[in-house]
Ligand binder design. Structure first.
Ligand code: FAD
Ligand code: GLY
Length: 383
């Protein structure tokens, strides 16, 4: 008799693994299918910032979701570290979003007023106060927004902890297994066809990051999901140079890790699946970082890498059921914030499968359903 899993997850990045963890915790039989190795794509490239307020200030639903997710970290990290023994390296020293001149300062001061409404600890820092808190930073700053509750962690470790935690709760993982097609029975999904044979499940979840758009074409669905490549590099300073994450709206950031490394990110190239690292990208990151933190000159080089962010065009992920095929769920398109949004995404998907979402959550979750993507395509969305 053929084995039927409760849940098959297509894609073993942090999103697939967080969903797997929540479902396995409920005693569900979970199968994760990953074409390469677990957490080897965007989820291992991420800088690990939990930048709910540093990165999100336009879409209120996205901000609410991000704040909910940010609040889940202390408990979920404790739970995963206890269960797996993997050190996730959470650092709660906040972020400083910096302004280089008066024009940028005005924009940031507006953001301070907005974000204070959501977290009373957010505040403006004058240049002198930044110098006192971060004495090695450039004296050329015009000030910054302090976000004490935007923490950071070691992203590949969190992703791996979700995966190992799911396996500890009974989930099965098949790496090197590419999903090639779905198996349908009339209007329901029954399973998937892969490079290693067919697998059957009650629910199939498409969580293949930037590759989800391609996969969903096999389920007669065109959703706007496209790649945005990002490059980062890391160095090891002789001693700690900064304690907070330093973030700038122009896309640059410095993230001091618990293990002594400093991650410098990131570039951004739309429609780029090629994971190679460019010399121009490294040069730009290095110059930007050096201007901000001149003492980096003596830091030891560690490495550079690239990952492919899954973008949707409006910056919001798609988290919802396929409009036509029963049992097929989509959880993809987390763009720049998939690490931050990983705990809440696992919960949202589990709530949706189990029908356990609270009324207030249901209302928020609706904002992420895929209808908006279908509308975009109907209106001639091109990327
Ligand atoms: P992925 O990690 O890409 O996983 C998708 C998986 O699906 C892959 O392993 C892939 O091999 C697999 N797959 C694809 N197709 C198939 C198929 N047909 N069959 C089987 N498997 C398949 N986010 C933050 O919150 N904070 C940050 O600081 C941050 N920094 C970032 C820095 C960089 C440079 C980059 C690139 C991203 C950053 N992000 C950050 C974004 C974050 O990394 C992503 O949003 C997140 O990792 C997406 O997770 P995912 O599981 O959807 O995708
Ligand atoms: N969130 C940081 C990045 O995507 O580069």
């Amino acid at each position: 008799m053929k084995k039927v899993y409760d849940v098959i997850i297509a894609g073993g990045g942090i999103i697939g693994c967080s969903i797997a963890y929540q479902q396995a915790k409920l005693g569900k039989q979970v199968l994760i299918l990953e074409k390469r190795e677990l957490c080897s794509e965007a989820s291992s490239a991420a800088a690990g910032m939990l930048g709910a307020q540093a990165e999100i200030d336009e879409n209120l639903s996205m901000l609410k979701l991000a704040l909910k997710s940010r609040a889940m970290f202390p408990d979920i990290i404790q739970e995963l570290e206890d269960l797996t023994g993997i050190s996730i390296g959470l650092v709660n020293e906040g972020m400083i979003k910096i302004a280089w001149d008066d024009v940028e300062a005005e924009v940031l001061k507006k953001q301070v007023r907005f974000h204070k409404e959501w977290d009373g600890q957010v505040r403006w820092m004058a240049q002198a106060e930044i110098c006192e808190r971060e004495p090695h930073l450039s004296r050329g700053l015009a000030g910054g927004m302090l976000i004490p509750n935007d923490g950071q962690l070691i992203a590949p470790n969190l992703a791996r902890a979700f995966a190992v935690g799911a396996m500890a709760r009974g989930a099965v993982v098949l790496e090197g297994t590419e999903i090639e097609d779905f198996i349908f029975d009339k209007e329901s999904v029954e399973g998937v066809m892969t490079s290693k044979g067919s697998f059957y499940g009650e629910t199939v979840i498409a969580a293949a990051g930037a590759w989800t758009g391609k996969l969903l074409k096999k389920a007669d669905l065109e959703l706007p999901i496209f790649p945005v490549k990002g490059e980062c590099l890391s160095v090891i300073p002789e001693g700690p140079l900064i304690r907070s994450t330093i973030f700038s709206d122009s896309g640059g950031y410095l993230v001091p890790k618990k293990d002594g490394r400093l991650i410098i990110g990131a570039t951004s190239y739309e429609n780029e699946f090629n994971p190679s690292v460019s010399f121009g990208g490294v040069r730009m990151l290095a110059e930007r970082a050096y201007k901000l933190l001149p003492q980096l000159a003596s830091a030891r080089w560690e490495k550079a890498w690239a990952g492919i962010r899954p973008q949707t065009g409006d910056g919001l992920p798609y988290i919802g059921w396929h409009p036509a095929y029963k049992g097929l769920f989509i959880a993809a398109g987390h763009y720049r914030n998939g690490i931050l949004l990983s705990p809440i995404t696992g919960k949202m998907v589990s709530d949706s499968i189990e029908g356990t979402a609270a009324a207030e959550d249901k209302e928020l979750y609706r904002e992420f359903e895929i209808e908006r993507g279908l509308k975009k395509v109907q209106e001639g969305w091109i990327r």
